[in-house]
Design a protein around this ligand. Structure first.
Ligand SMILES: Cc1cc2nc3c(=O)[nH]c(=O)nc-3n(C[C@H](O)[C@H](O)[C@H](O)COP(=O)(O)O)c2cc1C
Length: 322
């Protein structure tokens, strides 16, 4: 096969960058080497407080890899994803000519979003739950689909505990605030981070946001909002890696992304509630409460039907192509 032409490469990177990333850091760089696209971690965008072991960073690379793989299929290229644990931390996507396939997952890429809002409270059908579970299962990664009110309340208890711990941790709040884009001008200038428009908060100048941070970021009202959001959801998905290493975190990202794209294709929304897996002191108790005897719970995601929210932004493609 000839090497990818620059337009093809650019288009694949475009779809890859529509993937979710922790705090919308977009912690990735892309390089084209003949038939291989290399996705490198951008460590200048690490979040050492919320993500000290780079778990979320590698999950984010996995999400980007899955989008790229779906987009390659639509260009008539099949892709194989490789990761060398002893290497440079890059994900390598080897491309081969194949039959062109425009999958529903590919078509969902521009419409996927993390929808931080109340959902309609209705359950999903068994067939919808099955489709989500299939999409979210991979090599050494499984997804627990929790839909009973008891299981949902159990998870909510851990989310509230984790959220309270995070809000009471000044280092966590400082890191979070550095990724908050308090108004549209900030969000457009940086093209990254957590914009008010996507999180449902009104725009304010940064100086005011910083001045009022003690009022704006309080655990109790945030916990009440989370409880309302979780109880409005049809269920909670917990992604679990069989082995706690970078290769499995990348695979967990790919599984989550397929789940999110499949959900989008079915008109189902989702949003992360990762506090129980981010707070290392809670993770083991959370795993036990779910009945897990081994493996790492990677991601906690609520799902259901609801209205779309404004989209979060991305940086220019030139900023991430090397
Ligand atoms: C590994 C990972 C962890 C995340 N954790 C959270 C979280 O705990 N809470 C949350 O609201 N969003 C979380 N997000 C969602 C990102 O903030 C979101 O993907 C980003 O802001 C871009 O928005 P979009 O997904 O709507 O395009 C996470 C995303 C990833 C990939």
């Amino acid at each position: 096969m000839n090497s990818l032409n620059p337009e093809q490469f650019r288009e694949l990177v475009y779809y890859a960058t529509l993937a979710p990333s922790s705090h919308n850091t977009q912690c990735w760089k892309f390089r084209n080497e003949d038939q291989v696209i290399i996705i490198l971690p951008d460590r200048s965008r690490r979040c050492p407080v919320v993500d000290p072991d780079d778990h979320h960073l590698y999950v984010s690379l996995g999400c980007a890899a899955e989008n790229l793989i779906q987009a390659a299929l639509a260009q008539g290229l099949s892709a194989q994803c490789r990761f060398d644990p002893a290497g440079d931390g890059a994900v390598r996507i080897q491309l081969q000519p194949a039959e062109k396939r425009v999958t529903p997952l590919f078509e969902a890429i521009p419409h996927r979003q993390c929808t931080r809002a109340e959902y309609d409270g209705y359950p999903l059908t068994p067939d919808e739950l099955h489709q989500l579970e299939m999409a979210g299962t991979g090599d050494g990664v499984r997804v627990l689909m929790l839909t009973s009110p008891t299981a949902i309340e159990t998870v909510l208890g851990y989310v509230v505990q984790g959220n309270t711990a995070q809000f009471n941790n000044p280092a966590f709040m400082q890191e979070l605030q550095s990724w908050i884009r308090f108004n549209d001008q900030e969000a457009t200038r940086t093209g990254d981070g957590l914009s008010g428009r996507a999180t449902g908060n009104p725009p304010i100048p940064r100086w005011l946001g910083t001045l009022l941070s003690k009022v704006l970021f309080r655990a109790k009202p945030e916990n009440e909002k989370i409880a309302r959001y979780v109880r409005s959801s049809a269920g909670i998905a917990v992604f679990v890696s069989a082995v706690d290493d970078q290769a499995h975190w990348i695979e967990a990202g790919r599984c989550y992304e397929r789940f999110a794209l499949q959900a989008t294709a079915l008109g189902i929304r989702n949003a992360f509630i990762n506090q129980p897996v981010e707070e290392a002191s809670l993770r083991l108790a959370f795993a036990r409460a779910l009945g897990l005897s081994s493996g790492r719970p990677d991601l906690v995601v609520r799902f259901g039907r609801g209205a779309e929210m404004p989209r979060s932004l991305r940086r220019s493609l030139d900023a991430v192509m090397i």
